[in-house]
Design a protein. Sequence first.
Length: 388
Amino acid sequence: MFTLSQEKLIPLGASITTAEIKQQPELWGETLALYKEKRQQIEEFLQNLTEKHEHVRVIFTGAGTSAYVGDTVTPYLKEKVDEKQWDLMSVPTTAIVSNPYQFLKADIPTLLISFARSGNSPESDRTVELAAQVVTELYQITITCSKDGKLAQRAKGDESNLLLLMPERSNDQGFAMTGSYTCMALTALLIFDSLSVEEKLNIVETIQRLGESVISREADIEKMITSDFERIIYLGSGGFEGLAREAQLKILELTAGKIATSFDSSLGFRHGPKSFVNEKAIVFVFVSNQPYTRRYDLDMLNELRQDNIASYICAIAVDGDTNYAGDTFLFDRDASAVPDAYLSLPYVMVGQTLALFASIKVGNTPDTPSPSGTVNRVVKGVTIHEYK
């Protein structure tokens, strides 16, 4: 797909999505440059909060894939921040809008970090309204891919709302979010990670190389779904559970539900969800770089292999001191020191590429997988109710 001309991609209805998956390593470099340009402003904004408040609740929020950005980065960032100062949580806008009283407290200083591709989802807009209505001392960071969206427009002129625009090309025009997800995740990591700028630069350069390697190995990815299968399962630990949810959503979206999907944590899968495995299931496990966590991921892979039920089992991993003996999409050992949260970016490119091929396999058009309009690029049909 990545080597096909536009003339060949357009009839497949895949020209937009293919290009948007392929361009991500370049976008990560642009995202880093934008962070460096805004770094002083970001640090001053956060320092202002620490000077005013001993404790701040930080809510990463968004809807759908934008919510999974928070799920992916929060576990790692909770390691990196002073939790006596910053109380990090990931809560979807869909949960806040329907249950604001559970997450928004008038007397708790709150930093609301909104992730949004378009910034026009009704739940995203309403979440900001509710937070302003309920929280006495509210601050915001708006991370969005569209300068013209409602969230970006809301942020303009508001000193308590820091607007961070992603690279223009990250505003995916295809149905599924790809570069928007990875650029927003990278931005959140760069903002809150305590690593030095030089260390962050080295990590971004490494994951860019990994992302390019995914593009060059698309034939290996296509072979993974040549078998007769009906189900795809993604597993991962920590932030990789959020990544697993995003990867399975890409399959679900681009095949319009023609392939059944499931996700879970490596340990949680045994507690009932493993019942989803049958002889027409294929399973992918995102393997952690953290040695302790890695053991649990490998245990699950070995158990699934021993069960001998799933038609295909594959690890997505960096080459380490211990590896899965079965099929593996293996990244070079020079990435063995990259934290899992950053690895999510090239890892998800494998999932995105699998979804692209799966969409073609079931006869869908990846750019417009749901032509009926029952599912839309920007959600419609949400009734917003008054909250008192």
